[in-house]
Structure formats: structure tokens, C-alpha cells
Design a protein around this ligand. Structure first.
Ligand code: F6R
Length: 242
């Protein structure tokens, strides 16, 4: 595991975007796994800057997002589809049909999970999976539990997760109670994982996940079993590795 700590967020963003653009340059048909939340925003902004300079094209790239809230229409401002359009997709030349996000508003959510897994199977392998981490150690929306699921599934969000995400909604009640998420099996199947954390409030969970025992009650600890994880931390999140 390659753990890199950066003094500034700009340096972290440039490093993260550099890894992604390097991959796309060597493999224009790369399959990217994408995350939402605050963590990857700076990296997406950097990717857009590089794209605007004419240094990269996403025309042949395919993307799969980790997760989506259940019950929010795709055009709701806080759906992860809207998030991705706002921060990345609407600014680059990625063809609309090549970006995949589970449909949290599908009439049959179980069928939607199966459909998403079929799409992932057809894509064979995610070349690079971007991952953030929740304060409780969740990856995607795989919340701490006595057992974890391999494929895409419906999850009931932990109250702490809803509270953490309430900053994006008018009230806590407006935060969806359920989500669709890729399972840990799919995440761990990615060729490379780019695991990113920022801020002092993530220092302990990141350190425990990457150095402590591997357990399903701390889903990010499963990353220790993956052969190719690159960890990007800002100085605060990486404090305990110093
Ligand atoms: C988002 C996702 C989540 C977030 C995590 C951290 O697609 O899968 O696991 O990465 O909740 O969120 P932020 O980055 O907002 O701290």
C-alpha cells in the first residue's frame, strides 16, 4: 500500500488528477469508479482544468459511481447524479451513455441492483476506483456490520451517516434513509483503488482502517487485502502516519 501525505489540498488534488489522467492517456478506454461527497470534489475540479487545457479527453472512458440515494429523483439537486453533473460530467466530453449511476428512483430497487451488477460485469473490471471514507469507516455506502455484501444492494443508512450528510439538505428529515451501493466485492475487484481522505476528523478512522485488524465493522479495513491501493491524505487526515 502506497500512502502519500500532502501538505496542501492543491497538491493532493493535482496528484489525484495526475493519476487519473495518466491512466486515461495510457488507456483511453479506461473504466473509472467514481465517488461523491466532499472528498473528491477538488480532484474533479482539477480534472476539469486539465480537460479545458485540451490535455485529456474522456470520449472513450466509462464511469461507474459507487452509490446513489434511494427515493430521490435523478434531477433532485442532492442526488448523486446531479452531484456528478455539477462537479464533473457537464464540464467534460464524457458521452452521456458512458456514465453509470444506480437509479435510486427505479420502481423496483432490487431489480435495479441486479441491472447495475450486470453493467459492471459487462465492463469486466474497473481500472481505477476512487474511494472516500465515512467517519464510521464506510466505503461506498457499505456501512459497518457483522457481514458485508459483495454486489450492489440496498442499504439502510446509519443515523450518523444521515447526520453527516444533512449538511447538504435543508433538514435532517430530508436526508434519504436508504441508498443503493456497490458492494465490497465489486470495490475490491478494481485493478487500482485510489483511497482519499481529508481533514482531522478522518485521521483516526483512516489510521485504524489501514493499520488495525481487518473487520466488517470497519469496511475500509478490507482495503488492506487489496494488492494495489494508493492512499492520498492531506496533512490532517495523515497525522497519525507521520
Ligand atoms: C460517496 C461515498 C461515501 C463518501 C463518504 C465520505 O459516493 O461513497 O462513502 O465517500 O461518506 O464523504 P465525504 O467525502 O463527504 O466526507
Amino acid at each position: 500500500m502506497n500512502i502519500l501525505t500532502f501538505k496542501t489540498n492543491e497538491e493532493l488534488n493535482e496528484a489525484g488528477a495526475g493519476i487519473i489522467t495518466g491512466l486515461i492517456r495510457t488507456n483511453p478506454r479506461a473504466v473509472l469508479g467514481l465517488a461523491t461527497g466532499s472528498t473528491p470534489i477538488g480532484i474533479y475540479e482539477e480534472l476539469v482544468r486539465v480537460y479545458r487545457k485540451g490535455l485529456i479527453s474522456f470520449k472513450s472512458v466509462t464511469t461507474f459511481n459507487l452509490d446513489e440515494y434511494a427515493g430521490l429523483p435523478a434531477d433532485h439537486p442532492e442526488s448523486y447524479r446531479s452531484f456528478m453533473e455539477r462537479h464533473l460530467f457537464s464540464h467534460i466530453d464524457l458521452p452521456a451513455g458512458q456514465s453509470h449511476i444506480p437509479d435510486g428512483n427505479a420502481p423496483d430497487l432490487e431489480a435495479e441492483c441486479k441491472r447495475y451488477d450486470r453493467l459492471l460485469e459487462d465492463a469486466k473490471q474497473i481500472d481505477l476506483q476512487i474511494l472516500g471514507v465515512g467517519h464510521n469507516g464506510h466505503i461506498g455506502f457499505n456501512e459497518p456490520d457483522h457481514a458485508l455484501r459483495s454486489g450492489t444492494h440496498i442499504v439502510k443508512l446509519r443515523e450518523t451517516t444521515r447526520e453527516a450528510n444533512a449538511r447538504f439538505f435543508p433538514t435532517l428529515d430530508a436526508v434519504p434513509t436508504h441508498a443503493l451501493t456497490m458492494g465490497v466485492g465489486t470495490i475490491l475487484k478494481a485493478k487500482t483503488i485510489l483511497f482519499i481522505a481529508r481533514g482531522a476528523d478522518k485521521a483516526e478512522i483512516v489510521h485504524e482502517a489501514l493499520t488495525g485488524p481487518i473487520r466488517t465493522e470497519l469496511p475500509a479495513s478490507l482495503l488492506q487485502t487489496h494488492p494495489n491501493v494508493v492512499v492520498l491524505l492531506d496533512a490532517e487526515a495523515g497525522r497519525l502516519f507521520a
